[in-house]
Design a protein around this ligand. Structure first.
Ligand code: A2P
Length: 298
């Protein structure tokens, strides 16, 4: 696979670009254009999910870019309504067909379902079977807390390649980062520039990471934007990142982070902004009753 920027080697030897395009909350009508723009700009990784309901448009963007499918790392996620061994195997078929591909580079469980962890484990065993058959090149999880990881590792065979979790300066999850590292699992940061701290309509008391004086000062020192400084903070600490944007200028801006790095004291200053306050749902609370959504057939 050719990439225009660095790759991280997963625990099964598969190479994954260190930075990809996120499409959570990208409206379907904007997604194909964003993916095409990103690929033309040099991105080689796109992260989507069955529950984002835009896999079809991600595939469309890939085809419109004219870039060879083998040159692009595609990641998607199985939603909780499709948990269970057979259902997860079928979820792969649905996602692959919507994306318009034969194989998926990284397929992960979108959430733990702590109240039905048996079903979560069966799902993961479904992922293991897809991996053994070569239908996916790597498997992993998302939003798994250390206790979920411990149980998964005790009861299944393949160590997840990736755990995708909420990480931004206001919510760092040091305990999860350490658990991932201990097991050789790549920490993949969702909402890496802290978009969740300023999504519209998410409450009056939210403050944006991009307006944070500490982050602004560090960015200015490097002649970079706050978003770029934050992406660099992740990369310098070994995390994979998937900033979301549908705006061509910001898509380009977010990839332009491979010509500088932060100092130890700058990294520590950003680490120090942690509020311990989660933006996304508590993984312990995930149930089909509260969060269920049918994933349509392809
Ligand atoms: P937009 O799609 O209009 O660019 P995150 O991935 O951390 O959740 O951040 C996503 C949010 O941040 C989106 O609202 C996105 O809006 C915005 N965003 C993405 N890149 C940048 C950037 N470089 N500067 C400012 N805002 C950005």
């Amino acid at each position: 696979m050719t990439t225009t920027h660095p790759v991280i080697t997963l625990n099964n030897g598969v190479a994954m670009p260190t930075l990809g395009l996120g499409v959570f909350q990208s409206p379907p009508e904007a997604t194909a254009a964003a993916v095409r723009t990103a690929l033309e700009t040099g991105y080689r990784h796109v992260d989507t999910a069955a529950a984002y309901f835009n896999e079809r448009e991600v595939g469309e963007g890939l085809r419109r870019s004219g870039i060879d499918r083998d040159g692009v790392f595609l990641e998607t996620k199985v939603w909780i309504n499709d948990y269970g061994y057979d259902a997860t195997r079928h979820a792969f078929e649905k996602s692959a067909a919507k994306l318009g591909v034969e194989t998926i580079d990284l397929l992960i469980l979108h959430q733990p379902m702590p109240s039905r962890f048996d079903l979560t484990l069966d799902s993961y065993r479904g992922l293991e079977s897809l991996l053994a058959e070569g239908k996916v090149r790597a498997i992993g999880v998302s939003n798994f807390m250390p206790e979920h990881l411990e149980r998964l590792l005790a009861e299944t065979d393949v160590v997840p390649a990736v755990n995708q979790i909420e990480v931004h300066p206001y919510f760092r999850q040091q305990d999860v980062l350490e658990a991932n590292a201990k097991h050789g699992i790549v920490s993949q940061a969702w909402s890496p520039i802290g978009g969740i701290t300023f999504y519209p309509g998410w409450g009056e008391d939210r403050r944006s990471t991009l307006d944070d004086p500490t982050i602004r000062e560090i960015a200015e020192r490097h002649g970079k934007t706050p978003a770029q400084a934050l992406l660099r903070w992740h990369l310098d600490q070994g995390r994979q990142v998937i900033p979301k944007s549908t705006n061509p200028a910001r898509i380009a801006e977010n990839l332009d982070v491979f010509d500088f790095s932060l100092t130890e004291s700058e990294l520590a200053a950003i680490d120090g902004l942690d509020t311990g306050r989660r933006g996304g749902p508590d993984p312990e609370s995930i149930t089909i009753a509260a969060h269920g959504a049918e994933i349509p057939e392809a």
